[in-house]
Design a protein around this ligand. Structure first.
Ligand SMILES: Cc1ncc(COP(=O)(O)O)c(C=O)c1O
Length: 340
């Protein structure tokens, strides 16, 4: 059984768990197969020349998708696969990377890859579309070619673990629409969150929250931000410089169905200082409670009731224990049985 220290950073927690999986002999970074440029191939066969490294990822876009294992049902559920693939194609369109595969091809590629890699644990699925043939070019040539790979690796969940974080309002501003598109999952965008996360770590915080160019709350590195005040769940709207997050959308729908009032709007930083509950959310972040912001204690410093309720419901949905949200899940092994 894996235990979390209450104050452990979620990134470190996930890394710690991945290390343990690695030490237990399970392959972490080397699944048997990758999907690359239209075909499922052996891991060893998927190589590119080192001189491609420099510019190939500047315009690259990706998705982070998760699949959750339910041991009782012996089933692996991919969460909101269609929505993730559709966002990948939107990201490609926004950064003008040629699109060679349609939605259904990529969905099948993910499902078949999970089967080929015999995945029976919580897993992260990573499709990446990148610029190819960059050896003799930089970033400024029109009509670049693109390639696409999909890989899988174990990523244990921290839901229900009691993990919580301290956050610092970053001195770095979130990239805005007039710099580069925040709503796309472009690899280059991530330098912004990385700098904020590095600053927060150096200053003794677990994570960061970035303000946008108007000075309003935007999001955390790799995660959206929500807070609760007087029973209302509030989150920055989609024009606050945030990614069009699939988890954010899921949690808002879940909260609405639970009868919780929700608001998507411009958020001031001081609202976080006065909030009863704050949490980050995202595919990797899942629900990550934030119990202090800039050393202001959030509520009473404990994980709040709305956060707990959403965290528990989210885990039940992800692991296939909630029939109401079945449309958000794609089971893997049942498909094998049906199609066999
Ligand atoms: C910058 C950024 N914001 C927010 C999120 C949350 O988005 P999603 O819920 O779709 O994973 C992510 C991805 O995990 C992200 O990278």
């Amino acid at each position: 059984m894996l235990l979390f220290d209450c104050r452990t950073r979620y990134v470190d927690s996930v890394n710690l768990l991945i290390d343990r999986v690695a030490r237990s002999g399970t392959s972490v970074d080397t699944p048997k197969h990758l999907w690359w440029n239209g075909e499922q191939r052996a891991w060893e066969d998927c190589t590119v020349h080192v001189t491609e490294v420099g510019w190939s990822t500047v315009g690259a876009v990706f998705e982070g998708i998760r699949a959750y294992w339910n041991a009782e049902q012996e089933e692996l559920y991919v969460f909101r696969l269609e929505e993730h693939i559709e966002r990948l194609l939107r990201s490609q369109k926004l950064v003008k990377l040629p699109i060679h595969y349609d939605r259904d091809t990529l969905i099948s590629a993910v499902l078949n890859l999970l089967k080929a890699n015999e995945v029976r644990q919580d897993t992260y699925i990573f499709p990446l579309a990148y610029t190819s043939d960059t050896r003799h070019h930089r970033y400024d040539r029109a009509g670049f070619e693109s390639e696409l790979y999909i890989t899988t690796r174990p990523m244990p969940s921290h839901l229900g673990s009691g993990m919580n974080m301290s956050a610092k309002i970053s001195s770095w501003r979130r990239i805005s629409e007039d710099v580069m598109p925040p709503r796309a999952k472009n690899i280059s965008n991530y330098r912004n969150g990385q700098l904020a996360r590095l600053e927060a770590g150096t200053d003794g915080y677990d994570t960061a929250i970035l303000l946008n160019h108007n000075g309003n709350v935007s999001e955390a590195p790799g995660a959206c931000v929500m807070f609760v005040r007087d029973g209302v769940l509030v989150t920055p709207d989609l024009t606050s410089g945030i990614l069009e997050s699939i988890t954010r959308d899921a949690l808002l729908q879940m909260a609405r169905n639970l009868g919780i009032e929700i608001q998507e709007r411009i958020v001031d930083r001081t609202e976080l200082y006065l909030a009863d509950e704050v949490f980050a959310c995202g595919t990797a972040a899942e629900v990550s409670p934030i119990t202090s912001v800039d050393r202001y204690t959030v509520g009473n410093g404990e994980i709040g009731p709305v956060t707990r309720q959403l965290d528990a419901l989210y885990e039940n949905i992800l692991r296939g224990r909630e029939s109401e949200y079945a449309a958000w899940r794609t089971p893997i092994w049942q498909r094998v049985a049906v199609g066999a």
